[in-house]
Design a protein around this ligand. Structure first.
Ligand code: ZN
Length: 243
């Protein structure tokens, strides 16, 4: 089985279309979406529709949930809040219905997927350091847990002796005696100083994972963000630098 893993699309239609085309070239059997389909970007309904059409499953992210009015907006910074309020106004009834039905986690036996952290998935904790990762590893039993949320791709292998480190070496050949936390990065708003859209490819039996990057039409998305007149300009600016 060959899976395409996507997350944090954030209503960036150009990035999503480019990644879906790349996934078609990669001949994946199934696409798994780890959430935050909307928020920040200018095309929430279009992105919801594409994910609905192409992904075998979509999990819920904190921006998806906030746009449904289910998360306290005080938990978000000013820019995110502005974007969520604008997005809520844009969402069609069909989009809301789709987002409302999304689940928080899913296990596939050898691996699991969740938007933020396997440790209390509904609380949207960030895994930003090895201490957070330790807590994360205690919260799942599969070999690999794939996450999104921070928009920065990395792999943290946990050795049998308990040692951990942060790795950016791809492709990753999964070792039987190790366990892994893997952040697949963001399709629509990368924050690792690389503006190219990020996604992952997972092959099973034997397990093998790699991160992919594809350039997309950033200028087109930026123009649409500015044209809303409501989304903060920084949300357009940051796409060019991947920050
Ligand atoms: Zn996000």
């Amino acid at each position: 089985m060959r899976y395409g893993l996507i997350s944090d699309i954030h209503a960036n239609l150009e990035a999503l279309e480019t990644v879906l085309a790349a996934l078609q070239n990669e001949a994946v059997d199934q696409i798994l979406c780890l959430g935050d389909v909307i928020g920040y970007g200018p095309n929430p309904n279009e992105c919801v529709k594409l994910v609905q059409q192409h992904a075998a499953i979509c999990l819920i992210g904190n921006h998806d949930e906030a746009s449904l009015g289910r998360v306290d907006l005080d938990l978000f910074n000013y820019m995110a809040r502005q974007a969520i309020e604008w997005t809520t106004d844009q969402l069609s009834d069909e989009s809301k219905e789709f987002l409302r039905a999304l689940q928080y986690t899913k296990s596939y036996g050898e691996f699991m997927i969740v938007h933020a952290s396997p440790d209390e998935p509904r609380r949207w904790n960030y895994i930003l350091n090895l201490e957070d990762a330790t807590q994360g590893f205690e919260a799942f039993t599969e070999s690999i847990c794939f996450i999104g949320h921070s928009h920065t791709p990395w792999v943290i292998p946990l050795q049998p002796d308990g040692r951990m480190r942060v790795s950016h070496d791809y492709p990753l050949a999964v070792k039987d005696d190790c366990r892994y936390l893997i952040n697949i990065g963001s399709v629509g708003q990368p924050r690792d100083r690389n503006p190219d859209a990020a996604f992952g490819i997972l092959d099973t039996g034997p397990l093998r994972y790699t991160l992919k990057r594809v350039p997309y039409d950033v200028a087109k998305t930026q123009k649409k963000i500015r044209a809303t007149g409501a989304l903060p300009a920084f949300l357009a600016d940051r796409l060019a630098t991947g920050q």
